[in-house]
Write a protein that binds this ligand. Structure first.
Ligand code: DON
Length: 559
């Protein structure tokens, strides 16, 4: 009898399975800079949305819960690999129509301190809402409203302030007071206290207009009027027309071949894609045959030498491709890189002043990585430049404006806040995009996503990204090891200075100092990385931040 019951149950099960095949759970992963963006991205994927839907919803949530960098008043880059094809949504800010080359110089031609960094003059025309709109139009699958709604709720009902956020808000307010910089940041954020609910009613109203009217809810109508009026009242130059004119752009990602991978990365106006490919390729050309020990003296030295050359090229040739003819192909040509790598010696530091651009004979941003159940991926880096941007909140609209204008070169030979230099390629012109170091990057193999990576950190972003790739590929690290491993950065100027995280071994530090390097120990970046190892996803967010990474099975894989 028992056998019969068993048999009947098995047969019925088979019949049920045949007519109702089980939904196969498929892995998806998110690595995000805070728990709200992480939980929202996961919920969107579980609802059947794709990686781009999850990214759009997360971007809007970050504008509420991560005011240091998440934004609607800034810009960024979204790198997408969907259905086997790459796309790059450039939503970088632009210079307002009334901007001009010398706008940050005094009568004597000297750069006016802080003018491009804090206050009403520091902002470019925001690109984030247009970028999300374009990404949604091209690649979204769920309704726009569904994607903006989670942010509206968090702004309206409030969110619990993480102690790290409360502390950075208080530190920022005291710093502004100490420096006597008059911005209205404190009026909006001084009530954000650790572990308490913080509501943002004006921001909620702005987000509702965006939810209900799409792109026009920001660039036209009431929001545009509030921004332009606010600008006029305080002597700023962003006009209603500037907002109306703003266009996000879809560009061809840069694709480079490196060690059997296709590196899908960020084209200009990011300097990062070209830089990481130059860095990875010149490393292979300059290093001795045989493996080098991770973060050993020689490894750090060779990569610093490569960095000198990469940053000399960046300062000279990189800018907005719509305004300046960036010699992309020449900068990535194998023979050019081979020639450029020949001067690198294993044991001696090259003279900084002698490293010129080679073709003719510079904190707060945030990044997230998503892979959906169909293998599509998004690497998105977004910014208002420094922590809390220009410190200016648009009264009546409740969002912080960027200080991205500082990424232009205010004057040749004068460094910006990240120590980056630039010339004509990155001088200020109306409607031009300022050069960026943001480098969202996806590694492909046989057109399958193998790694999604990116970081904040100004010019150090480039080092965080190429080192994350070397850590995963050359040193076979897990996602957690990749994001938490100590990193280092050298960018030509300041002369022979290597910035690094705690964690380089004392003997390596001593040996580098003996060679003539100066070591500057200061943490940089906040990495959120996903690795696909033989079909299994591995995701991690850097432990020093407040990120949250998850790999999960999702039953909803019909699309
Ligand atoms: O686009 C850029 O390169 C800079 N505005 C990024 C700023 C940044 O990463 C600050 N973060 N720590």
């Amino acid at each position: 009898m028992r056998t019969l019951i068993k048999y009947t149950v098995s047969v019925s099960l088979l019949v049920v399975l045949f007519f109702h095949p089980p939904l196969l759970a498929k892995q998806a992963a998110v690595a995000m800079p805070d728990s709200y963006s992480s939980d929202t991205a996961r919920a969107i994927l579980e609802q059947g949305g794709n990686a781009i839907d999850a990214a759009i919803a997360a971007q809007f949530v970050l504008a509420v819960t991560l005011p240091e960098a998440g934004n609607i008043g800034g810009g960024g880059f979204m790198l997408i690999q969907k259905d086997g094809k790459g796309d790059f949504i450039d939503y970088r800010e632009t210079a307002p129509a009334a901007a001009h080359r010398d706008m940050y110089l005094d009568e004597k031609g000297n750069v006016i301190d802080n003018m491009s960094v804090y206050g009403i003059h520091a902002s470019g025309v925001p690109g984030s809402v247009a970028g999300m709109w374009l990404a949604h139009q091209k690649h979204g699958s769920l309704e726009w409203k569904t994607l903006v709604d989670p942010a509206v709720k968090l702004a309206e009902d409030g969110f619990i302030v993480h102690p790290k956020l409360a502390s950075s808000i208080q530190k920022y307010i005291s710093r502004m007071q100490k420096k006597s910089i008059k911005v209205n940041f404190a009026d909006y954020f001084s009530d954000a206290k650790a572990n308490k609910t913080f509501k943002q009613p004006e921001l909620a109203a702005t987000l509702k207009r965006i939810r209900d009217n799409g792109k026009a809810g920001f660039y036209e109508g009431e929001t545009a009027k509030i921004i332009a009026t606010f600008m006029k009242q305080h002597g700023g130059i962003i006009s209603e027309q500037d907002l109306k004119d703003y266009q996000a752009k879809s560009r061809m990602p840069i694709k480079g071949h490196w060690r059997g991978f296709e590196v899908l990365t960020s084209p200009p106006p990011s300097s990062g894609g070209i830089a990481i490919l130059q860095w990875l390729k010149m490393y292979d050309l300059a290093k001795p045959t045989g493996p080098l020990e991770h973060n050993s003296t020689r490894y750090v030295h060779i990569l610093a030498e490569v960095g000198k050359r990469v940053f000399a090229d960046r300062a000279e040739y990189l800018g907005d491709p719509d305004f300046y003819d960036v010699p992309k192909t020449a900068l990535l040509a194998d023979d050019y890189l081979a020639k450029r790598a020949t001067g690198i010696r294993n044991d001696v530091i090259s003279t900084t002043e002698n490293i010129k651009p080679g073709l003719h004979e510079s904190e707060q941003t945030t990044h997230f990585s998503i892979i959906d159940q169909w293998g599509n991926a998004v690497a998105n880096t977004t910014t208002i430049n420094l922590s809390f941007g220009s410190g200016v909140v648009v009264s009546g609209a409740g969002f912080i404006l960027n200080d991205e204008m500082d990424d232009f070169s205010a004057k040749p030979g004068v460094m910006n806040v990240f120590g980056a230099l630039g010339g004509e390629a990155n001088e200020i012109q109306p409607h031009k995009r300022m050069l960026s170091s943001m480098t969202p990057t996806i590694l492909l193999q046989d057109n399958k996503v193998k790694m999604v990576t990116g970081s904040p950190g100004g010019t150090t972003i480039i080092s965080s990204v190429y080192e994350s790739i070397l850590n995963a590929v050359e040193f076979n690290m897990s996602a957690e090891q990749v994001v938490n491993s100590p990193r280092f950065h050298h960018q030509l100027w300041p002369k022979n200075v290597i910035r690094h995280h705690k964690g380089l071994e004392p003997k390596v530090i001593k040996a580098l100092e003996k060679m003539g390097y100066k070591l500057d120990e200061r943490h940089f970046g906040d990495m959120h990385v996903i690795i696909n190892k033989d079909g299994k996803l591995d995701a991690a967010s850097e432990e020093s931040g407040r990120g949250k990474a998850m790999v999960f099975d999702t039953l909803n894989s019909s699309n």
